[in-house]
Ligand binder design. Sequence first.
Ligand code: ACO
Length: 422
Amino acid sequence: MSQEYAKLVYNGKEVELPLVRGTMGEVALDISHLRKETGMVTIDPSFMNTASCYSKITFIDGEKGILCYRGIPIEKLVENTRFIETAYLLLHGKLPNVEQSDKFSNLLTENSLLHEDMRHFFDRFPRGSHPMSIMGTMQNAFSTFYSNVDSLSLKEAIDISAARIMSTFRTMAAFAYKRSIGEPVVYPRHDLPFCANFLNMMFDSPVRPYEINPNVVKILNSLLILHADHEQNCSTTAVRTVGSAQVNLYSTISAGIAALSGPLHGGANQAVIEMLQRIVRDGGNVKKYIDRAKDKNSSFRLMGFGHRVYKTYDPRARLIKKQCDDFLKQMSINDPLLDVAMQLEETALNDNYFIERNLYPNVDFYSGIIYRAMGIPENMFTVMFALARLPGWIAHWKEMIGSKTKITRPRQIYIGKTPKQN
Ligand code: ACO
C-alpha cells in the first residue's frame, strides 16, 4: 500500500503528515517531523489522543470491549492457561511448549527466595505502613542486592530477571502480610506451583496448617491473567518512561508499583471495597451514592467505574463479575458487598449521567469481593494487582529497550511569566 498522508495547512504553508496504520486498523498521524518542518509542537495533556509507542504486546478495542495479549483474547487465556504461561506469552510473544513451561516454572522456584538481609527490612517499616509502599521500596532496594539487567544482558537475562522479580515479589508480598499480622513468615516451597505457593505463604501457620483449595488456586490464576497487561496504562507508561533513561530494571519496576498504587489506577480495587463498606454502614442507600458521584460539587466518584479507553463494559470486569458470583457460591459465602455492588451497577447503568459518559464497571469493581472471599485483606488488593502486572511491565520494558527508543522527554507550552514581567 502506498504511503498515505494527512495535510496540515498553517500560515499559508502545507505540511504532509504520514499516516501509520496498526495491524488491527487503528490509524495515527506521525508527527515526529512536525517541529523540524514547522517549528510547532502538539499539545495533548494526559495523552488523551497520543500513541506513545509502537507495540506488539496487547491490543484493546475500547469501543467493542476486546482485550488480547499477543493476539489471543483474554477469554481464551483464562480458559486454557495458567498465569505463568500467560506471563511467558507476554514476555516472549508465544505460549510456552511443555519444556519451556517447565523451564520457566523451575526458574520461578529457584528464584523465589528473598535475600535474607532483605527480609530484615520488614522489621524497620512503621506499623500500619501500606503494603504497596513497602513493596515499592523493597523492589527499588533490589538493585543493591542483584546485578543489573540492561540491554546487553537482556537476551540471556530476561527469563531469570522476570522469574526473580515475579517470584520474589510474591514472596515479599506474603512476608509483608505475615509481618502486618504479627505471624512468622512462611518460606516458598519447591513442590508448589506459583499460585498455590503464594496462597500457602499467605495463609499457612505453625498452628493452623493451610489446606490448598483447587478452586481458590484456579480463581487466583484467572485474576492474575486478567490483570497481567493493559497496554499503555499509567503504570506501564511510568515503566517505559523511567526505563527509557536506562534506569536498572528493578528500580524501573518500582516506578510502575508507585504509579499503580494511586486510587485512580490500581489502588481503585481497595477504594471500591471501602466505598461498598461505607454504603453498607450507611444503611445501603445506593441512590444516595450514585447522586453524590454525579454531583460536580462533590469529589466523590463511583470507584471501579469508568475507564480512559473502554467506552463499553470492560471485558475483564465482565469475566470477573461472573467468576465472583460463581466463586462465592462455591465457597458458600454470602457477602452483602456483592449485593450492594450489583445494585450500584444496575442503578448506574440505567442512569443518564453514566449512560451519556459511557461509564461502566472496570476491572476493579468486582475483583476485591473475590479477594475478600479468598481471605486477602483490603490493603493487599493493589499488591495483588501489582503481582499480576509484573510480566506486562517487564514485557513492555523489554520491547522498549529492544526498539532503540530514545529517552522519553515531552515538550511543554510555557505559560508563566516572561523576563519582562519581572
Ligand atoms: N464516577 C463519577 N463520574 C465519573 C467517573 C466515576 N467513576 N469516572 C468518570 N466520571 C465522569 C467525569 O467526572 C467526567 O465528567 P464530565 O465530562 O462531566 O467532566 C467524565 O466522566 C469523564 O471522566 P474523566 O475523569 O475525564 O475520564 P478519564 O479518562 O480522565 O478518567 C478514570 C478515567 C480515572 C478511570 C475515571 O473514570 C475514574 O476516576 N474512575 C474511578 C476510579 C477507578 O475506578 N479507577 C480504576 C480505573 S481501571 C485501572 O486503572 C486499573
